[in-house]
Design a protein around this ligand. Structure first.
Ligand code: ADE
Length: 230
């Protein structure tokens, strides 16, 4: 087994890299990939850069070029669900793309012909995450994650995404990573810790809580890797 651990930003992968052994940096296709081990398991860690285009490229290369057969995403998200607080951990029960819009042609929001509105993660990885949460006494939340190429910082936009997709959290890479893994039959799991509430304070909160929330997510993902090694 070779596990890809993907983030979008340097801050999201730094707490991972600090805990890995035998790190070898490989520069490829305008990015850096870190081949390493964690508790004896082979991992490849990378941050894609922000957004769907970059994360599609990086997820594809982690699988097709670096030979990863499982993908875990670790990072931060904005809360849409009013019950979520900064620092809460949420995994995607399904993911959608909120800014994919050809409704002008009569299609539903988030849908294009031959595509899917929602993509679902691997059930076994969800089970592993639930076991980790239980053993560590962590309140792991399950929710719908909406992805798009926009940083959301308005109540109005947030409400629209919530009502259209029943979304609980918002970010900028999950769906595109899910799409790559789904197409290539690679089990995946998308984990996020809340950094902001996607409201008018979102950019300030994001800057304030990015590192702390990213570490909460990274620590949990490494526990999952440990469990997958058993
Ligand atoms: N990632 C973290 N917070 C976000 C937000 N408010 N919008 C989009 N992506 C995010």
């Amino acid at each position: 087994m070779k596990i890809a651990i993907l983030g979008a930003m340097p801050e999201e992968v730094k707490p991972l890299l600090e805990k890995l052994d035998n790190i070898k940096k490989v520069d490829y296709a305008d990015n850096s990939y870190y081949e390493a081990q964690y508790k004896g398991i082979d991992v490849v860690v990378a941050y894609s850069k922000i957004g769907c285009a970059f994360s599609t490229l990086t997820a594809t290369l982690l699988i097709e070029h670096f030979g990863c057969d499982v993908l875990l995403f670790s990072g931060v998200a904005g809360a849409i669900n009013s019950g979520y607080k900064i620092g809460d951990l949420i995994y995607a029960s399904k993911l959608c793309k909120h800014d994919l819009d050809i409704t002008a042609f009569g299609h539903p929001p988030g849908f294009v012909p031959e595509g899917k509105v929602y993509i679902y993660p691997d059930e076994k990885l969800v089970q592993v995450a639930k076991e980790v949460a239980k053993s560590k006494n962590i309140d792991l939340k399950e929710g719908v994650i909406a992805t798009g190429d926009q940083f959301i910082s308005s109540e109005e936009k947030k409400e629209q995404i919530k009502t259209t997709f029943n979304a609980d959290a918002i970010e900028m890479e999950g769906y595109s990573v899910a799409l790559v893994c789904d197409a290539l039959n690679v089990p995946f799991f998308i984990l996020r810790a809340i950094s902001d509430s996607a409201d008018m304070d979102a950019s300030f909160d994001f800057d304030t809580f990015l590192e702390k929330s990213a570490k909460i997510s990274a620590d949990f993902v490494l526990e999952m890797v440990k469990k997958l090694a058993d």
